[in-house]
Design a protein around this ligand. Structure first.
Ligand SMILES: NC(=O)c1ccc[n+]([C@@H]2O[C@H](COP(=O)([O-])OP(=O)(O)OC[C@H]3O[C@@H](n4cnc5c(N)ncnc54)[C@H](O)[C@@H]3O)[C@@H](O)[C@H]2O)c1
Length: 321
């Protein structure tokens, strides 16, 4: 249990999709939790029920680019889960923003972690740091040549993490996420494809596929991602290391559309096809050997994760969450 090692966790992006699940698990394990979010994408409703259950949750509206603002919440923090980031879809329209948030915000978090003697920083990175695949399966030693502004800014964040780790002997770990899905993921057009398809089908609209649907995604259930964060929090073996957090499950977008329609009993809906998205990556084959060797077991099958996600979404779209 985390409680044996830590008393207080700070989760940046705590009102967001993955962040809110990390907040929940830390609370469940008995920690005091401070959530920091600027609510650009995060939602108060993601933490609402947790406030009712756990008095140890504090929630603040603060931007990770605001060093002085963040400083106010650092007292007593002994572990940081750094999830706040500007998303890929936003970066395309405003690349300066991801530089400031994803690189600058990470720098702020690291400086504060150093100055407040935080025991551990777990940094959420992304598979986007790799860029075009040079070989399969892509392991953590694969060259990093990001092809998007988002990927560049996430890589800059990683480089700062490594620099702080080396320069100040800090215990930091980088987790590279891939296609995470689950309850609370945004289902509007800027959300994840599982939630977008789910919402469309629940609203009686067919899934809209960009390209022919043969593109693969390495879907990873959010609870497995939380499990990795917890395992990493418990160990000192991951200091300065980066890990791919990919389930190894590969599903095409066409298969996803079929499953979503099947689970929601709307097999009558005919998929809509549109032009390929520029730069869309067609094949994913990511190695998760390193995190498995550390002892992590991906427990959720795609069918289970999809069912839980769609059950949640049905309630959410129906206004019951
Ligand atoms: N979901 C995925 O498939 C995926 C894949 C790769 C990497 N990631 C990484 O995982 C982390 C969490 O992503 P998510 O999917 O939960 O997305 P999300 O958008 O739901 O969560 C990010 C949170 O950060 C907050 N935020 C954004 N800018 C901020 C700022 N300047 N200051 C404070 N808070 C800010 C948002 O409001 C949001 O609540 C991010 O670092 C993201 O880059 C996610």
């Amino acid at each position: 249990m985390l409680r044996e090692k830590y008393k207080k966790a700070l989760v940046t992006g705590g009102a967001g999709f993955i962040g809110s699940h990390i907040v929940e698990e830390c609370l469940r394990q008995g920690l005091e939790v401070v959530s920091i979010d600027n609510y650009f994408a995060g939602k108060k409703e993601n933490l609402k029920l947790l406030h009712e259950q756990y008095p140890k949750l504090e929630e603040y509206n603060c931007d990770v680019t605001d060093y002085e603002g963040l400083k106010k919440y650092m007292e007593g923090v002994d572990i940081i889960f750094h999830e706040a980031a500007s998303k890929k879809t936003i970066c395309l329209n405003d690349p300066r923003k991801d530089l400031l948030i994803n690189a600058g915000g990470t720098f702020n978090i690291l400086e504060l972690a150093r100055d407040f003697k935080v025991k551990k920083v777990i940094h959420a990175s992304s598979g986007s740091v790799y860029g075009e695949a040079k070989y399969f399966p892509q392991d953590e030693d694969h060259p990093v040549n990001p092809t998007s502004y988002y990927g560049v800014s996430k890589l800059a964040g990683e480089k700062y993490v490594r620099a702080f780790c080396d320069l100040y002997d800090m215990d930091c770990t980088i987790l590279r996420y891939f296609h995470v899905y689950g309850p609370r993921q945004e289902s509007s057009d800027v959300g994840g494809v599982v939630s977008i398809f789910g919402r469309r089908v629940l609203n009686g609209q067919a899934p809209k596929i960009y390209g022919d649907g043969s593109q693969e995604r390495s879907f990873t259930y959010v609870k497995d991602v939380v499990g990795i964060n917890m395992m990493v929090a418990e160990t000192e073996k991951t200091r300065g290391e980066a890990y791919n957090c990919a389930s190894g499950i590969s599903v095409t977008i066409e298969e996803l559309a079929t499953l979503v329609k099947k689970y929601l009993n709307r097999e009558d809906l005919k998929n809509i096809y549109d032009e390929w998205t520029v730069g869309d990556i067609k094949n994913f084959n990511v190695s998760n050997e390193k995190i498995r060797k550390l002892g992590f077991e991906f427990k959720t099958t795609f069918e289970q994760g999809l069912q839980e996600t769609l059950d949640w979404l049905r309630d959410y779209v129906g206004g019951r969450q």
